[in-house]
Design a protein around this ligand. Structure first.
Ligand code: MG
Length: 376
């Protein structure tokens, strides 16, 4: 069985305010779409992201990832059809179709929909309507509506792949969701219990509601790192992964990348997993002259294994020379590449210590770092 999730993110969604489509607006420190995509990681074999061709920078950003990209259609159904088509050669048997604006969907709910597909060709979460329902005209109640057997529809809506492809091909258009498309093709749709927290961001105030929901489950951790290496012979230093020409080099067991060591220790610190020395003992000859990238990658993988995502890191290099400023953009780029982060999640900056102390006397370079890790 091969599974996929199609996340429809091509809509303009301006009703939620902010002037930017809602899926690209910030929510608890990252974008709505980033949260939503992560919910499906590890639960399906492929994730398809359907993007509008108006979102060119976003295309560039996601092209480098493991996501399959598809172009949005003229309407939501068109976008879903393009997403389905992008999976054509992937031998997918089951597919989940999800609104990008539902970032709180739980692993439990996703799994329940997938499980229901063992016995049904289609399954989707629905919440029984519990409020009394009115019909209103001009601000007054003009009637009531029986609420028994009524459900509020949610996503992800799950289908056997071939069945939903056929259903979409045959549908004349105008359906409210994929369940309507499936039913029009005669598929029986199993109702899986929905989740009140799986709300769809629609109005401006929904951002605060979703942050409240996430806040109850989010584990935010900070870690700090500090490192010093002494100057010795050499004609360059390596700082945050970048070779910088200098009249002296830094001494150390590894490549002495003091900035990368501080960031690595900050991540270990946030995870309460000791420090570099503990994971890569200096007494072990195999780490002699090692590229510090090995240490940083290890810390990042450990975070991932423990279920944490790195939200941002900030590193300060302390030295009089070499001048860091001209190299800082390259350092940020190098560090973000190694950590698999976006450039706007990594800060590298520098300060002198006004010629005071050991850094002021140019006896060595010090580095401080902070890392913020999040488990949601
Ligand atoms: Mg060190």
């Amino acid at each position: 069985m091969t599974t996929a999730a199609i996340i429809v993110a091509a809509g303009r969604g301006l009703r939620a305010g902010g002037g930017t489509p809602k899926q690209w607006r910030a929510l608890a420190g990252r974008r709505v779409a980033d949260w939503t995509i992560d919910r499906f990681r590890g639960l399906v074999d492929y994730i398809v992201l359907v993007l509008s061709d108006e979102d060119a920078p976003t295309w560039e950003e996601f092209r480098e990832t493991d996501l399959i990209l598809a172009t949005g259609g003229a309407d939501r159904a068109g976008s879903v059809r393009n997403g389905l088509q992008a999976l054509e050669n992937h031998q997918v048997t089951r597919v989940l179709i999800h609104d990008v604006a539902r970032p709180c969907v739980s692993a439990h709910l996703i799994q329940n929909v997938l499980n229901a597909l063992d016995t049904h060709q289609a399954a989707a979460p629905g919440l029984p309507v519990t409020d009394a329902l009115w019909i209103g005209h001009d601000g007054s109640v003009s009637g009531t509506q029986d609420r028994s057997n009524l459900f509020a529809a949610q996503t992800p809506q799950g289908f056997h792949y071939d069945a939903i492809v056929k259903a979409h091909a045959a549908h004349p258009g105008g359906a409210a969701d994929d369940v309507e498309v499936a039913r029009a093709a005669g598929l029986e749709v199993c109702i899986v219990p929905g989740d009140a927290d799986n709300l769809k961001i629609t109005r401006p105030e929904d951002f605060a509601r979703v942050e409240r929901i996430m806040g109850t489950t989010m584990d935010v951790r900070l870690g700090n790192g500090y490192d010093v290496h002494r100057f010795g012979d050499g004609d360059h230093v390596i700082l945050c992964g970048v070779k910088v020409p200098h009249e002296r080099g830094l001494q150390g067991h590894s490549d002495a990348d003091v900035g990368m060591h501080a960031v690595t220790d900050a991540i270990y610190g946030a995870l309460v997993q000791g420090d570099i020395g503990q994971h890569f003992p200096p007494s072990d000859p195999q780490w002699k002259g090692a590229a510090s990238e090995i240490f940083l990658r290890h810390a990042v993988e450990l975070a991932e294994t423990m279920g944490y995502r790195i939200s941002n890191v900030d590193c300060t290099l302390v030295c009089e020379h070499p001048k860091i400023g001209p190299h800082a953009p390259k350092m940020k780029e190098e560090m973000s590449k190694i950590m698999g982060l976006r450039a706007d999640q990594v800060s590298v900056k520098a300060t002198t210590s006004e010629r005071l102390g050991f850094t002021g006397r140019s006896e060595g370079i010090a580095a401080l770092a902070t890392a913020c890790l999040v488990k949601a």
